[in-house]
Design a protein around this ligand. Sequence first.
Ligand SMILES: *Cc1c(COP(=O)(O)O)cnc(C)c1O
Length: 426
Amino acid sequence: MSEHIGTTCVQGGYRPGNGEPRQVPIYQSTTWKYDTSEHMGKLFDLEESGYFYTRLQNPTNDYVAAKIAEMEGGTAAMLTSSGQAANFFAVFNIVGCGEHVVASSAIYGGTYNLFAHTMAHMGIEFTFVGPNCSDEELEAAFRPNTRAVFGETIANPALDVLDIERFAKAAHDHGVPLIVDNTFPTPVNCRPFEWGANIVTHSTTKYMDGHGTAVGGAIVDAGRFDWMAHSDKYPGLTTPDESYHGVTYAERFGKEGAFITKATAQLMRDFGCIQSPQNAFYLNNGLESLHVRMPQHCKNGQAAAEFLSQHPKVRFVRYPNLPGDANYELAQKYLPNGGCGVVSFGFEGGRAAAETFMKNLKLAQIATHVADARTCVLHPANATHRQMNDEELKAAGIEPDMVRLSCGIEDTEDLLADLAQALDAC
Ligand SMILES: *Cc1c(COP(=O)(O)O)cnc(C)c1O
């Protein structure tokens, strides 16, 4: 049966049998009990599948990860404690010291710090390219030791749309996978695997949870990258893992399972960035209404973008689905049903007007959050991107007076009225 995404949102992952609970059970247990230590040994050797310790795997998490895999059209998935952990694992699973990644410069500030600073200290080099760079610039960014390409479907908060097909082709021409952070559109509005991406990551903290309840992340594998065909580049997947009883992930688990199994058996074992089963339960509740919420987020985003673009006190508006936006063509291609509820804009009155505007909002709340049911606003240059200098801000597509408005799912009229009264005060 080929399901539509809404049905998968509601019923994917966990399919209860006769007499079993309808809601995903929360396995609030660190450990599992076995009758013999031989049985336990087989689990440790990955010879049999089963649960023994929640740092490695937990059924609640696996049900929810399976739902996200189905939503994205992937073959395997795992949950992580946060979106940061998801992006770290997705890259570190295949890129090590002395190796290199090509990344779009239009990415979330936290991911930029992770790559440009923390992972740089681990000996991994990143070359950042503009999402709209020329083919020649993109080509020139690759090196013999490049192991992955990374981008965001819709950049937070610059709102550039990644030309997934173009970046996937460049990655594949160089024999490396494309990793896409699909947090903002969610699989309801874009499925990067359909355009050639190999690995998708999420901060489930955002629309997927959707209620500002639990920080979390997810990694999904399309199961199509042939690690064995590029075994010189990915010895971690294609040669025995001495830290895991000599298992060769790509041989034992194939294209479909190798990436997630390695990230679970090795990275989760060692770094322990697990999502708590309780949080996975909250996440699943959010996923059940994702396909109903996203259209309202997009309706409000579109209405706010249109209203702001006509307002005399507004200097610029960025919203990929707004006609005339620099990303409009890409949005038509990748986000035909809408992208997300996030609108970025700036003020004729500059940074001071941005601050006055924010102070005067009544319905929209100031929060270091984005993409949940309640409308919220943030001044990135003052908050999430505070560590960046002006040059880095510019490369990430952020202006000093730019406000990021995350439209919730309230009534459109009330939201527009709030924006109007706060602009009057500027
Ligand atoms: C928020 C966010 C992250 C980081 O996720 P956390 O859950 O906060 O760790 C990564 N990527 C994008 C696009 C985000 O919006």
